[in-house]
Design a protein around this ligand. Structure first.
Ligand code: 4NP
Length: 162
């Protein structure tokens, strides 16, 4: 018998900028900790504008500047995901509000803002949508994801005994 691995899903609006970046950052940190095979990692969007598309090339480039790989194909977060994942991490307050009816209370998934896991971030802080801005916004997304995912990893390790 294999024990279920802890599972984490990062969620933004389009699943082409912020959540694939967070997914790549978390995979990167898991790799550094030698835990790549021990945690299931995915991402999804609350919207359906970009289904099947690869991550935005500006997000891929910003992550690569930090030595991090970002890949995948956009998909929408579905109600079933609330039972598949232990942790659902929203990028901003709008994502959180859109996810609440899907994730609900008493289900499997724990729903939180990603930046709740960054001790230096103010309460309720978001990872801002970089889509309509310049490259600096994408670099900022990577930095915010790095800080928050480091804290998330500590929590996941503690709660799941990794
Ligand atoms: P994401 O960024 O939610 O971080 O993937 C966005 C991507 C696309 C759009 C908005 C945000 N859009 O409106 O098309």
């Amino acid at each position: 018998m294999t024990l279920a691995r802890p599972s984490v899903c990062f969620v933004c609006l389009g699943n082409i900028c912020r959540s694939p970046t967070a997914e790549g950052v978390f995979r990167h940190l898991l790799g550094q900790a030698g835990l790549d095979e021990r945690v299931v990692v995915d991402s999804a969007g609350t919207g359906a504008y970009h289904l099947g598309k690869p991550p935005d090339r500006r997000a891929v480039a910003a992550a690569r500047r930090r030595g991090i790989e970002v890949a995948g194909a956009a998909r929408r977060f579905e109600r079933a995901d609330a039972e598949r994942f232990d942790w659902v991490l929203a990028m901003d307050q709008e994502n959180l509000a859109d996810l609440r009816p899907l994730v609900g209370l008493g289900g499997r998934a724990r729903l939180q803002l990603l930046r709740d896991f960054d001790p230096a971030a103010p309460p309720g802080a978001s990872v801002p949508d970089p889509y309509y801005g310049g490259d600096a916004g994408f670099d900022e997304v990577v930095e915010q994801c790095l800080a928050a995912c480091a804290g998330l990893l500590v929590r996941v390790r503690a709660e799941h005994g990794l």
